[in-house]
Write a protein that binds this ligand. Structure first.
Ligand code: SAM
Ligand code: SF4
Length: 335
């Protein structure tokens, strides 16, 4: 049975749950082809989104139950009006030790000093290539320079930067050595992510060629001296360092799903669906529960109930909840 006695929240497999990933919007100023279609996206109406107040309430509640880390994601979090006051309010909640953000960096650079003031210590920046033309081909927008500007603004403001690069067959595998080379002079962690089938369409690979082993093999061809370093608790990445480099390298087996055994996370989608697994096509509708007038005791009990049915891993979640091949857009889940 899951529980949250003494401020420790556990799932039905006895795993501690202390990490909430909150997607604050489905909208985005890029159209990364692995995440959403270039055209014809049906954005959620504002009333379908959780309001900032509803999100703050759910954050406060989960923090009271044992969550101590929250990541803000989306869609692109910085395209939703009101994000900065929300971050400021959220960062003030007692018990939240770690507030982080995942952003594409397109409009983020000018906000970095304020993020620093709010107390954001780490940001994940998505950047799949260092080649402007390939950036445009992947994201369908010509915004490469702004992303690079954000990367430098974060570093110069002393915010920890993790670069997220999705590895895509035939699209950016030639960029792997150049992205690793970034770690030579910059104190960044470059993390290569296996591509997952969440592009809002039906197409995905029959088998994934660019899995974590293929990615590591490719890095080793340019950097045979690469060495394994310890993986922090709950890490989803296998971590490495090239001797003498300021930064490090991670590989996230997001499709292979080899890290589920230590899963400590839950997700809240922009429309308020609580998902206990990224690969779970269902979830609990907290917007509906909140808007029906539920008090905190009812909300807490609904969280405990959701965690009593958490799949043991992403394979089980996918098998039991996806009946067809079409997967949602990642922007509707938050990554
Ligand atoms: N818009 C922000 C961004 O791109 O950083 C935050 C939302 S995005 C959905 C969160 C993360 O999910 C990004 O790092 C993105 O690269 C990753 N992502 C999106 N679709 C993916 C897919 N199909 N496979 C693997 N990672 C994916
Ligand atoms: Fe937008 Fe992020 Fe999805 Fe790219 S990965 S389309 S930046 S939400």
């Amino acid at each position: 049975m899951p529980n949250y006695l003494c401020g420790v929240l556990k799932d039905n497999h006895g795993r501690i749950v202390n990490y909430l990933r909150l997607a604050v919007t489905d909208r985005c100023n890029l159209r990364c082809f692995y995440c959403m279609p270039e055209k014809g996206n049906n954005w959620l109406a504002r009333t379908e989104l959780l309001s900032w107040e509803e999100m703050l309430r759910l954050c406060r509640l989960t923090i009271g139950m044992g969550v101590n880390k929250i990541r803000i994601t989306g869609g692109e979090p910085f395209v939703r009006k009101g994000i900065m006051p929300f971050l400021s309010d959220l960062s003030g909640i007692k018990g939240l030790d770690n507030l982080t953000i995942t952003t594409n960096g397109v409009v983020t650079a000018p906000l970095v000093p304020e993020l620093k003031k709010i107390g954001i210590k780490a940001v994940n920046l998505s950047l799949d290539t260092l080649d402007r033309a390939r950036f445009q081909a992947i994201t369908h927008r010509d915004e490469f320079d702004k992303v690079i500007e954000t990367m430098h603004a974060l570093i110069s403001n002393g915010i920890d930067v993790k670069i997220n690069a999705v590895v895509m067959d035939g699209k950016n595998t030639q960029d792997i050595p150049a992205l690793v080379a970034l770690t030579k002079e910059l104190p960044v962690s470059v993390r290569f992510i296996e591509e997952m089938p969440f592009n809002g369409g039906g197409q995905h690979y029959q088998t994934l060629v660019w899995d974590h082993m293929q990615i590591l093999q490719t890095i080793k061809e340019s950097y045979p001296e690469i060495a394994k370093i310890p993986d922090p608790l709950y890490s989803t990445s296998y971590n490495y360092k090239i001797p003498g480099h300021k930064g490090d390298v991670g590989i996230i087996a997001a499709y292979t799903r080899s890290f589920c055994g230590t899963c400590n996370r839950i997700r809240l989608t922009p429309q308020g669906i609580l998902k206990t697994c990224l690969y779970d096509n269902g979830g609990t509708d907290f917007k509906h529960i909140i808007r029906s007038g539920a008090d905190d005791a009812i909300l807490s009990s609904a969280i405990v109930t959701a965690l009593s049915a958490k799949a043991i891993d992403g394979h089980e979640a996918e098998r039991t909840t996806y009946s067809s091949g079409a997967h949602q857009s990642m922007a509707m889940i938050g990554g």
